[in-house]
Write a new protein. Structure first.
Length: 622
């Protein structure tokens, strides 16, 4: 039988609105009936904003409207950044049938209650100086002890249950109180007091609402405590960057640090200056990826590692390679850029290694500023096993200044690398170079606030940290002692006669030394060091002896290098022992001595200072 569209419409009309009222036969028809019923519902008139609508019959509609209002305010409480803000937002839970009028948060620590925050109390009421033992018969103390909420619906109930402390709340124009535990990680860390200006029965719904709000306030309290802990951590890390040692004679250093605007006092950027053996100095600047407290923690550990590797005597390339592997063990997902310089104040030579960091800027005495291209490798921790950092040598002349910075100095305030560089160059070029601190202030002021009154601790506009280090070669402070004589030779494993030749050449180097007994000491110690290399390793020994200074006060430095990895250890040999006295002799006879690791191998060294017989007082071997 042929059917038409009109037939279908008519049939459906009979089903949905005609005279026939057969019950629905499937889920689809039930859904159609539900949609029809919804479409026939009348839209109620608007209710006043912020208040429940009229409900003379006391139907559940009243509770639903109130809960909707309170839920909106509760979400705002959960998103608050501070405890004071959370209490202010919780005050919006006010409604005629829920007259919240005052709040207080007590912290629990060391067996006492202390006020952490309050809202709605008049001056003279409970304040931040309030402290109470948890053994006191006070509702908040009982909640802290038991972890169970206390609800007091009237002054009479309060006075009956807590007579000893009732006077703390009497006469405050409040008629009901709720004390709820604030719990984090299963531990009561505080108590929230909610006071009301009218008596309340504290129905199950009202208690549930207060419980949920208390949980939100507990979350805010925990975030606030974590933020304070992070702030104290970052403050300590920032203070540690101010403890860098003074630059040696011939070099001047000025540093600045501006943290991110995210609230921490330090982020992933850092700088450092490190005293090295033989009067050298290392300066380093770096930037760990990120601006959070995790970046700050990684920065602190990485900075310490770089400092340790430098103090051990490693070269710039080895310091960065070791630091890269160290960062990988801490966090495989973060990387860091770094620029490391080993500076010799006597010559102005700078040995530079760079790991993905911005190039340094060189300022000449006439104010000209140029980017100094330095060879480099990958950022630290980026590709484990690919640590290769070439070392460039740059000579810093008298009056020249080398600027090291992180990218925040260049790209701060919406600038890119080009416009940011032009801004820094214009601030770096003018003015005399004799006041390095003023020059650093001028750079920071130009970047952070072009107007007057800029402060060093102003927040970076775009949220990126800024670290700055200026290194200047000073005029008129060159060392009086210069290298006058040098001996370099290598003794192979198969060249036993090489030890005798080394002794002869060392004596020749010291032919006019004021004290012959010191010459004998030098020959003895050098022979001992070379002999240790030939006996205890399978490597050749390289000797480098240098005499510096003016006659009568000269200094002899002897270094013996080999490619073995094992460091020697001082022992206490017996009387009949045939070995083990090398380091013991160094300790007794040398003015200074040490062993330092190298990128490949190690170097053992000792130093003697020339003294006339009258100054010796018996001599080194007496």
């Amino acid at each position: 039988m042929e059917r038409t569209v009109g037939d279908d419409i008519g049939t459906k009309g009979n089903r949905m609105g005609g005279e026939r009222h057969e019950p629905p036969t499937d889920a689809f028809e039930a859904e159609l009936h539900q949609i029809e019923a919804l479409n026939r519902m009348e839209t109620p008139g608007p209710a006043p904003v912020g208040l429940p609508g009229p409900d003379p019959d006391g139907t559940p509609e009243k509770a639903r409207r109130r809960d909707s209002l309170l839920l909106s305010a509760g979400h705002a409480v959960a998103g608050a950044d501070t405890l004071d803000e959370a209490l202010r937002l919780a005050a919006e839970l006010y409604a005629p049938d829920f007259p919240l009028d005052g709040q207080c948060v007590f912290g629990v620590a060391d067996g006492t209650l202390a006020v952490l925050g309050q809202y709605g109390f008049r001056p003279g009421d409970t304040g931040r100086g309030f402290r109470m033992p948890m053994t006191t018969g006070y509702p908040a103390a009982e909640v802290a002890r038991t972890g169970r909420a206390v609800y007091l619906g009237s002054p009479e109930e309060y006075r009956r249950r807590f007579p000893t402390t009732w006077n703390l709340s009497a006469g405050k124009d409040r008629e009901a109180w709720a004390f709820l535990p604030l719990v984090t990680a299963g531990k009561v860390v505080g108590v929230w007091l909610a006071a009301f200006r009218s008596p309340l029965a504290f129905t199950a719904g009202e208690r549930a609402l207060l419980t949920v709000t208390g949980r939100m306030i507990a979350q805010v309290l925990e975030r606030a405590r974590a933020s304070r802990a992070e702030l104290e951590l970052s403050r300590g890390l920032r203070r540690s960057m101010r403890t860098s040692g003074a630059a040696p004679t011939g070099l001047s250093v000025a540093t600045r640090y501006v943290p991110t605007g995210g609230g921490l006092m330090v982020g992933g950027d850092w700088y450092d200056s490190i005293d090295l053996p033989n009067g050298r100095m290392a300066v380093v600047i770096g930037d760990v990826q990120g601006h959070d407290v995790h970046a700050a923690g990684l920065m602190a550990q990485l900075r310490t590692a770089v400092h340790a590797y430098a103090a051990e005597g490693h070269g710039p390339d080895a310091v960065l390679a070791r630091a890269s592997r160290f960062l990988t063990t801490l966090d495989e997902d973060r990387f860091a850029t770094c620029l490391y310089i080993e500076a010799d104040p006597s010559t102005g030579n700078l040995h530079i290694a760079r790991a993905g960091h911005p190039h340094p800027v060189l300022r000449t005495p006439d104010g000209t500023c140029v980017l100094k291209h330095v060879s480099g490798g990958l950022p630290l921790g980026l590709m484990p096993g690919e640590e290769d950092y070439p070392v460039d040598t740059v000579r810093l002349h008298e009056g020249e200044i080398l600027m090291l910075c992180t990218d925040g100095l260049i790209e701060n305030g919406g600038h890119d690398m080009y416009t940011g560089w032009a801004r820094v160059r214009d601030a770096f070029s003018p003015g005399p170079a004799d006041d390095l601190e003023a020059m650093a202030d001028r750079l920071m002021a130009a970047v952070l606030s072009p107007g007057p009154g800029a402060r060093e601790d102003a927040a970076a506009r775009d949220g990126d940290d800024i670290a700055l280090l200026l290194l200047r070669r000073d005029a008129g402070h060159a060392r009086a002692e210069i290298s006058q004589r040098r001996l370099m030779l290598t003794v192979g494993q198969d060249q036993g006669e090489g030890l005798a030749e080394a002794r002869v050449e060392l004596k020749a180097l010291l032919h006019d030394w004021a004290r012959p007994d010191q010459v004998d000491t030098a020959v003895l110690l050098a022979t001992e060091l070379l002999g240790n290399v030939l006996v205890h390793t399978d490597q050749d020994g390289a000797l480098n002896a240098t005499v510096t200074g003016e006659t009568g006060t000269r200094r002899l430095l002897v270094e013996v290098m080999d490619r073995g990895d094992e460091l020697p250890h001082q022992r206490a040999p017996g009387e009949l022992a045939s070995s083990g006295r090398g380091l013991l002799l160094l300790d007794i006879l040398a003015d200074q001595w040490g062993v330092r690791p190298e990128p490949e191998g190690k170097t053992a060294w000792f130093a003697l200072t020339e003294a006339t017989p009258a100054d010796a007082g018996g001599g080194a071997l007496a």
